[in-house]
Design a protein around this ligand. Structure first.
Ligand code: NAP
Length: 258
């Protein structure tokens, strides 16, 4: 059934940044009424030749106060949506559903001193938005951003993260952020090389962060590859970290990227 026209707005692609042949970010105009909490996602729509619309979920990379929206995407080989998206150019249209979605938001936690933001691949996107929120930097004493990719060239947004951590908006809080890159398919200086659950189990992730996971202090977000999210959640559950719900705030929130 077609999505009613009052459920979405038509936005314009403002800029495209290609990180690798398979990864790109794009900015769009933003309807003045479109609101979201950092960590949430929108549904984006592209019209096919027969005028039917294909919809996919995309986390906002941009901040709630930005006038534009930014998204980060992989090109899925033969993917109905992303192969079409990858061909878009500046000035082209894209549909954005008015509704926002998702619970990968820091307001799911009521306490905690250390925020662990753990991503694979494009699962990084919501964390960039969360790190654009000044409240993240005041609510937590320490923030660990873990990004696991196959190859070093896929470590997107590194420079932006460094700029962000040094930005006056977050009050010179760069010392709070520990960035932990993981590159699994080639050796890279300064990066870990195993998968996230292994690194949690063998203590290497905590060593790289410089401090341990702790039930009282740590609040953890997992986002990305659905298998990583599932394995990571089960492992953390075994270690005593529970899923956080509105009615029962706890340690952990998760989001699958596809
Ligand atoms: P990926 O294969 O998930 O790889 C990104 C990182 O996650 C790598 O370091 C990988 O390690 C690690 N990883 C993969 N499975 C894991 C697991 N079970 N536990 C822990 N770590 C794990 O993601 P990608 O490079 O973003 O995408 C690869 C393929 O996923 C695409 O070709 C596409 O078909 C599909 N896909 C992705 C998206 C998306 O939004 N990213 C959407 C639709 C489909 P290893 O090197 O050890 O695998």
């Amino acid at each position: 059934m077609p999505t009613p026209a009052d459920r979405f707005t038509t936005e314009c692609i403002l800029a495209i940044r290609r990180w690798t042949p398979h990864l790109f970010s794009f900015r769009t105009t933003r309807d003045a009424t479109f609101r979201f909490v950092p960590g949430q996602f929108a549904r984006l729509g592209l019209r096919k030749d027969d005028d039917e619309v294909v919809w996919r979920a995309y986390s906002m990379v941009s901040a709630p106060y930005d006038e534009h929206l930014e998204f980060y995407s992989i090109v899925v080989p033969d993917g109905e949506f992303t192969s079409r998206l990858a061909q878009l150019a500046e000035g082209d249209d894209i549909l954005v559903e008015r509704m926002n979605y998702g619970f990968l938001t820091t307001d799911r936690f009521v306490d905690g001193r250390d925020l662990w933001l753990i991503a694979t691949g494009t699962g990084l996107a919501p964390y960039i938005s969360i790190l654009h929120d000044p409240a993240t930097w005041t609510d937590y004493e320490r923030i660990v951003l873990v990004h696991s990719v196959r190859f070093a060239a896929e470590l997107a947004y590194r420079a932006e993260l460094a700029d962000l951590a040094a930005h006056p908006l977050v009050g010179g809080a760069a010392h709070k952020l520990r960035y932990v890159p993981i590159v699994t398919r080639e050796p890279v200086d300064g990066a870990l090389q195993d998968r996230i659950p292994t690194l949690i189990e063998n203590g290497e992730l905590e060593r790289a962060a410089g401090f341990p996971l702790d039930h009282d202090r740590s609040r953890i977000m997992l986002c990305g590859n659905p298998q990583m999210v599932d394995d990571g959640r089960k492992l953390l559950n075994r270690l005593g970290y529970k899923l956080s719900r509105r009615a029962a705030p706890a340690h952990l929130v998760v989001e699958n990227m596809w």
